[in-house]
Design a protein around this ligand. Structure first.
Ligand SMILES: [Zn+2]
Ligand SMILES: [Zn+2]
Length: 327
C-alpha cells in the first residue's frame, strides 16, 4: 500500500510504500476510494495538536470498500462501501462512554491522529466505528460529510432552535451545514475573512441571507453563531452580534487565543460552548439526513501524492468547499 506519512509536525507529508497490513480482530481493511482533507489534518501536520502517534497517516474522512474482514467482524460484507470518521475507538467503560458521551471518552483513538487514517490507498478501521454508506453518491462527493458534515451537524444541534444563525468561516463544514439550515427553513448569515468576496459569493449561492466580513455587522441580530474558523478573536466578535440568550458554538478542535473581553458581551444568558469530536449516533443521524436533504458538496480533487498541495491550498483558502484526495 501507499500512504502520505507525517514523520514530524511541521514537515511535509512523504509518499511511502508500506508493507501490506491486515485487519486485527474487529477491524476491516478498506480500499480507499477518496479521503477528504479537513482543517484538523492541517492542525496535526502543523503540530498544533499535542499527541499524534508518529509516524502517522493523516485523514479522517475516508470513503472506501471493505476488502478484508478481521476476526469477529459483524455487519459488513466484502465489497461494501463504508465511511470512516475521526472517532476511531473508545474505551466503553469511562464515565463519558457509559453515559452516551463517547465523543468525550477519556482514552479515545482518532483516525489520522492517534491511529493511521486515510491519506493512503488502504486503511484499517475498527468496524464498530465505520458507517455503512450504501451506493448512492460519488466517493469523493461523500468524503467531506464524514467530518465537516458531522461536526457541522453536532454544532448545529448544539446551537439549538435558532432562527437566524451566524456561520463564521465559510469552508467545508459551513457549506454543508448551510444546506441543512436552509432545508430546515432557517436563515444563515455568513462571515468570512475581510474582503474574501469569493467566499461571500459562494455563501450567497447556497442561500445566505447575508454574507460579509467578520468585522461587519449583519442586518439583524443573530440567535446563535457557529465558529468554524480557528480564530479566537471571533469569539467576542460573534458575542457582540448575538442577541440575549443566544449561543456561540466553537466547532474547531483548535483555536488561537481568545482575547479578553467585557463581561457585558456574555451577560444576559448568552452561552459560549465548544463541540468536541462526534458520537456514532451523530453519524447515523447525519448521514441519513444528508441523503434525505440531498446535500451537494463542493469539492476540489487532488491526487493522493499531492496531499501537501491540498493542505497548502486549504491553509491559503484557495478553494471553496472541501479538498478531497483520490488515491
Ligand atoms: Zn471512554
Ligand atoms: Zn475533521
Amino acid at each position: 500500500m501507499h500512504a502520505m506519512v507525517l514523520q514530524r509536525p511541521g514537515r511535509p507529508l512523504k509518499l511511502e510504500k508500506l508493507p501490506p497490513r491486515h485487519p486485527g480482530a474487529g477491524e476491516i481493511r478498506i480500499r480507499v476510494g477518496a479521503c477528504g482533507v479537513c482543517r484538523t489534518d492541517l492542525h496535526v501536520v502543523d503540530g498544533e495538536l499535542a499527541e499524534p502517534a508518529l509516524p502517522v497517516v493523516p485523514g479522517h474522512e475516508i470513503i472506501g470498500r471493505v476488502e478484508e474482514l478481521g476476526e469477529g467482524v459483524e455487519g459488513f460484507r466484502l465489497g461494501e462501501r463504508v465511511g470512516v470518521p475521526w472517532l476511531g475507538w473508545t474505551c466503553g467503560v469511562c464515565p463519558y462512554c457509559v453515559t452516551g458521551r463517547e465523543n468525550l471518552c477519556d482514552r479515545p483513538l482518532f483516525n489520522g491522529y492517534t491511529r493511521d487514517g486515510g491519506f493512503a490507498t488502504e486503511a484499517i478501521a475498527d468496524a464498530r466505528y465505520a458507517f455503512a454508506l450504501g451506493e448512492a453518491g460519488d466517493d469523493a462527493q461523500l468524503a467531506p460529510l464524514l467530518c465537516a458534515g458531522l461536526i457541522g451537524w453536532r454544532s448545529l444541534k448544539m446551537a439549538g432552535e435558532a432562527e437566524n444563525l451566524g456561520l463564521f468561516g465559510f469552508g467545508a463544514a459551513a457549506h454543508i451545514v448551510a444546506q441543512v439550515i436552509r432545508a430546515q427553513g432557517r436563515r444563515f448569515f455568513a462571515f468570512t475573512r475581510q474582503g474574501d468576496v469569493r467566499s461571500q459569493e459562494f455563501a450567497r449561492s447556497l442561500g445566505a441571507d447575508w454574507a460579509g466580513g467578520s468585522d461587519e455587522a449583519p442586518p439583524r441580530a443573530l440567535d446563535a453563531a457557529i465558529l468554524f474558523a480557528p480564530d479566537g478573536r471571533l469569539v467576542p466578535r460573534a458575542l457582540s452580534v448575538t442577541r440575549k440568550g443566544g449561543r456561540i458554538v466553537c466547532a474547531g478542535i483548535h483555536m488561537s487565543e481568545i482575547p479578553a473581553f467585557s463581561y457585558d458581551l456574555l451577560w444576559s444568558e448568552r452561552q459560549l460552548l465548544s463541540v468536541a469530536n462526534l458520537t456514532r449516533q451523530d453519524g447515523v443521524e447525519f448521514l441519513s439526513l444528508a441523503q434525505r436533504v440531498g446535500i451537494t458538496t463542493h469539492i476540489t480533487r487532488y491526487p493522493l501524492a499531492e496531499a501537501n498541495q491540498a493542505l497548502a491550498d486549504l491553509r491559503a483558502g484557495r478553494f471553496d468547499g472541501a479538498a478531497v484526495l483520490i488515491p
